[in-house]
Ligand binder design. Structure first.
Ligand SMILES: Cc1cc2nc3c(=O)[nH]c(=O)nc-3n(C[C@H](O)[C@H](O)[C@H](O)COP(=O)(O)OP(=O)(O)OC[C@H]3O[C@@H](n4cnc5c(N)ncnc54)[C@H](O)[C@@H]3O)c2cc1C
Length: 495
């Protein structure tokens, strides 16, 4: 078997992998990036392709030149998205929220290709057609075994960066208990119910769609949603996703049923631009970022670390900044000669404390917990009732959840909407009683209080490994108190 020695092995040629590989290589580390797909298929990723503010350096830090990518017309096919629309057609509801300026629906393939090129330009070696099938470990992770173009290859390294996406197979291969950690390992493999399965197609319409400047979301009969994201006024990324906490749903059939009923898609055809890659499905992380994304000799980034939240349009950028963080922390630990949990802790510290977006995502995940605890028909009715300002907070287009004063505003806004929706008879279709509605609105208001409690706790995320257990027990206490406030039974606890 061919053996190779590197400072850093990055598994994954997606966004997280490219940001990690480019960052570590730019720091002068010997990096190899492994990707199971062939070179020309790198960048084919199942995605809604909506990307928030590509030119904001906070979202896309490090040596990858995002200005050059954002300036490339083949990537930013549509620079015209300025609103999010939420539709519930059965209820006659259409809510329009402003979207972050400078947001886009991109050509994901071209974007992926540019990222791979830039990672190579920064000095990362890239091995395509390379499927990782084993992780090698002693008291720390020391490398991976793979099949490259049909031949077995072994890659040894100081640090392995797992950027293999949501439900990373690497995490099933590692015996985390067998690694040398001081106390219990801080890394915990996420449960499958923390993921969603999603599917998308790119279709072409004969006439421009009326919502060409918006990304549109609609609820489904189960916890999940359908989207219409216009890449151009006549080329639409349509897709749907469900949380994996109930029986699986045949995604392509369900999407087709929806498309067939829409007048603007009557003559639509599946675009021939990408041939067979127009129809793609994959897992998505629908959980808070992992409590710790490090183990001895190992770092997780992107979907593999849960720093990506596609529902709020933060899947791509969450992969980017966490990939950067992993590359940076790996390079620093190698330079310091300490790739233990403590030596790699900088990755957790940066994401939760310095960059801070992981803390925000973890806190706002409380809304997902609350939504999962409410019947879907009641949830739809509540969404119809919520003032747009509240919806903006929930979908993450506004900033920090603010004070108790805004809680009072939610109350008056809901009441006002309730009177008008009730008069229109909106809730008859859903068969929802006022008692259920009251309870659900109460849950949303309760959740706001807990989002603030989580924000305070995550702002105090441990700077060092040594105080992690104390911090975690307080965070777990907030979890339990929150579940009690929502009247959840232990079988329904998300974490
Ligand atoms: C249908 C769908 C729609 C989405 N819509 C949006 C959206 O509109 N906006 C948004 O921001 N986010 C969206 N997301 C989420 C976003 O796509 C992800 O958050 C992001 O792609 C995660 O990037 P990543 O680099 O962590 O993982 P990935 O992009 O999944 O990359 C992982 C890479 O690792 C490779 N790999 C995996 N296992 C191995 C192995 N054993 N050996 C070698 N290589 C391996 C894979 O081939 C892949 O290239 C969506 C996701 C899905 C599934």
């Amino acid at each position: 078997m061919v053996r190779n020695q590197y400072g850093v092995v990055v598994v994954g040629g997606g966004v997280a992998g490219c940001f990690a590989a480019a960052t570590a290589a730019a720091e002068g580390i010997d990096v190899v990036q492994l990707e199971r797909k062939p070179r020309e298929e790198g960048g084919f990723i199942a995605c809604g392709d909506a990307m928030k503010s590509p030119r904001n350096p906070k979202n896309y830090p490090g040596p990858i030149d995002m200005d050059a990518i954002a300036g490339d017309e083949s990537v930013l096919v549509d620079n015209n998205i300025d609103q999010i629309e939420f539709w519930d057609e059965e209820l006659g509801v259409r809510k329009v929220l402003p979207y972050e300026t400078g947001s886009n629906v991109i050509d994901r393939y071209e974007f992926g290709q540019r990222l791979l090129e830039q990672a190579a330009d920064r000095g990362a070696e890239q091995h395509y057609d390379t499927v990782v099938n084993e992780v090698i470990q002693t008291d720390r992770v020391t490398g991976v075994d793979a099949i490259r173009n049909g031949d077995p290859v072994s890659y040894e390294c100081d640090v392995l960066i797992d950027a293999a996406g949501a439900q990373s197979i690497l995490q099933d291969m590692i015996d985390f208990e067998g690694l040398d950690t001081s106390g219990d390992p801080t890394f915990e493999v996420p449960h499958y119910t923390h993921f969603g399965s999603a599917y998308r197609e790119i279709i072409e319409t004969e006439k421009p769609v009326e919502y060409h400047n918006a990304i549109v979301g609609k609820p489904l009969e189960r916890m999940g949603y359908i989207w219409y994201f216009p890449r151009t006024p006549t080329e639409i990324n349509v897709g749907l996703g469900f949380q994996m906490n109930t029986e699986p749903i045949p995604l392509a059939d369900r999407l087709r049923r929806d498309i067939e009923n829409r007048p603007e898609y009557q003559d639509a055809t599946v675009s021939d631009r990408f041939e067979r890659k127009n129809k793609l499905g994959a897992a998505i992380a629908l959980r808070r970022p992992l409590d710790s994304m490090v183990a001895p000799g190992y770092l997780a980034a992107g979907g593999a670390a849960g720093t990506t939240h596609p529902i709020t349009g933060k899947g791509i950028r969450g992969a980017a900044y966490s990939g950067y963080s992993a590359g940076r922390a790996a390079a620093q630990a190698i330079e310091d000669g300490d790739v233990s949990e403590s030596g790699l802790w900088e990755h957790n510290r940066f994401l939760y404390r310095e960059h801070g977006e992981a803390a925000k995502l973890a806190s706002w995940d409380a809304y997902n917990v609350a939504a999962s605890s409410i019947e879907v028909n009641v949830l739809r009715a509540v969404t119809a009732l919520l003032p747009e300002r509240e919806l903006r907070e929930i979908v993450g287009t506004s900033t920090k959840v603010d004070s108790l004063k805004s809680k009072a505003l939610v109350g008056t806004g809901v009441l006002k909407n309730f009177v008008s929706e009730y008069r229109r008879g909106s809730f008859d279709a859903l068969d929802v009683g006022t008692g259920e509605l009251y309870e659900a609105v109460r849950s949303v208001r309760t959740t706001r209080t807990y989002v603030s409690a989580y924000e305070n706790q995550y702002e105090a995320y441990p700077e060092e490994r040594s105080t992690f257990e104390d911090w975690l027990s307080e965070r777990d206490r907030i979890d339990r108190e929150f579940y009690d406030a929502l009247d959840l039974s232990p079988g329904d606890y998300k974490y």
